[in-house]
Every structure is written in C-alpha cells, then in structure tokens.
Design a protein around this ligand. Sequence first.
Ligand code: BV8
Length: 245
Amino acid sequence: MVDPSLRDFERIVFFTGAGMSAESGVPTYRGAGGIWREYDYRRYACQTAFARDPDAVWEFHNFRRELVSRCHPNGGHRLIAWAEALLPRVTVVTQNIDGLHQAAGSRRVFELHGNLWRVRCASCRTSVQDEHVVRHELRCPSCGGWWRPDIVWFGDMLRSDVVMDAERAIRGCDLFVSIGTSAVVYPAAELPLLAVRGGALCVEVNPEETPASEHYQLHLRGPATAMLARLAAGIPELDAALVDP
Ligand code: BV8
C-alpha cells in the first residue's frame, strides 16, 4: 500500500501511548527501560498502595513529575498539533499522562488515563491543575483529605465523559492512527475496534508488532516522528513541524 497522506482525510484520530513520548525521553511502561520493570505499580500506582502509604506513592510520582518536567514535545507531537490547525478535524485520544500533546499545541485532546500535572482530593474529589515539579502540599485545604495524582491507576474507573468523547471521535473518523501503544491495557485497548467497525483506514505506528496489529490495514514499523513524517509527506507546512525548534 502506498502511504496515505493526512491531507486525504477529513476526520483523523491519533490514538497515542507511551511510545509517542519515547523520543522526548519519557520512559515507556513495558519493554526495555519500561517504568513498570523498575517500579512495581502495586506499590506505587494504585489505590491500595495509596491507602497503605500515600507518602511513598507521592515520592514515586514526584520522581516522575521531575523526570517529565525535563522532557519536551518531539517532532511527532508538534506535527500532530500543526495538523490540528491545518486539517478539517484532528483529535488526539491519549493514554499518556505527560501533557506533551498539549505542550506541543494540540487542543482537542482526550486523556483516558488522566494527567500527571493535575491532582484531586481523594475525599472530596476537588481537582486542581498543579504545575509544581515536586508537590509538597499533600492535604486538601477544603476537607483535609489527601491530594492524589489525578491519574487512572489500575482498578480505577476511567472518566465516563472522557471515554464517551473519545468513542464518539473514533466512531466518526475516516483515518485512525495508533502510535506507540502495546495495546494490553483495557478498556483503552478496545477503542481501536470502534474505528475498524466504523470503516476508517487504520494505521499502526510502532517499531514492534502488538496484539492489536491484526486489526490494522497499514503497519509503519518505526519510531513515531519518522513514521508520522511519512503520513505528512506532501504537506510542506507539516514538514516545518519536524524541525527541532
Ligand atoms: C478499569 C497509570 C474498571 C498511570 C496505568 C478489561 C476491561 C476493563 C479493565 C480490565 C480488563 N481486563 C483487565 C482489566 C484491568 C486493567 C487492565 O487493563 N489490566 C491489563 C494490564 C490486563 N485495567 C484497569 O484497571 C483500568 N481500569 O478498567 O477499571 C475495572 C477494574 C478492574 C477490572 C475490571 C474493570 C485502568 C487502566 C489504566 C491503568 N493505568 N498507568 C501511570 O501511573 O502512569 S497503565 C499504563 O499502561 C499507562 O496508563 C499507559 O497509558 C498504559 C498503556 O501503556 P502504553 O501506553 O501502551 O505503553 P507501553 O510501555 O505498554 O508500550 C509502549 C509501546 O510503544 C510499545 O509497543 C513500544 O513498542 C512502542 N514504542 C517504543 N518506542 C517507540 C514506540 N512507538 C513509536 N515510537 C517510538 N519511538
């Protein structure tokens, strides 16, 4: 198949996972150097761990906030943001919590698993944006409950409004580009099937095969930025996004 060009489509969804941010220096979760290989999520990234030892969970998340604070959007993030400005309808549905799509300029972003730069009270559920690299204030001023990272841990329900918005965009798209996800975490891993059923052209960008590869018509086996450049070929305005600022 000749690579399709983004310009040929009206409604594009970019479905991203940790591999989207790998070239920015954000560790992926699985595979070589994956964060879950080094840290057991059952000790640092789930409700049980938080109830048992909130300080240890905050120490882990402050470490991740410090790490992500030193990372910047890569050419792939920038290309997607420029595409949103240039093309009729571009949506990002991301499993990532690093906020790099928004930092690159994307506005229509649905974050399935929350955001590392937002906290919410575990008791009264007040939610606030929080850009502190290391968070010291750990108690909610309203009710005295523990602030917790506003991210979706294993066992946490995803926000139904976010899932509904993501499903609506995916059902209606004519191009679905999955980028950098191992397709093993649910219910996010089920979302690409909506694009298949909706008749979209489905493209998988990943250096490796995944359990979802069979659902895609086109497999671009390489890193996100270079593969997105292939999809943007023929759109000179998008070439500029690939140049390091
Ligand atoms: C829930 C927290 C109700 C944030 C994470 C069926 C239905 C529903 C739930 C389940 C189900 N079966 C099992 C469950 C439970 C569970 C689950 O899915 N378990 C799995 C492991 C079997 N799901 C849940 O608990 C979800 N909650 O459904 O609640 C419920 C609960 C229990 C039981 C039933 C129902 C919550 C899921 C969210 C969990 N949160 N992390 C944090 O701390 O960071 S998981 C973690 O995985 C991240 O959120 C991440 O977003 C997600 C997916 O990972 P990927 O993004 O794919 O990253 P990964 O490292 O795996 O892969 C990177 C890929 O990039 C690789 O393929 C690599 O080849 C590629 N790559 C590398 N470099 C590049 C590249 N690609 C391109 N370019 C490169 N340069």
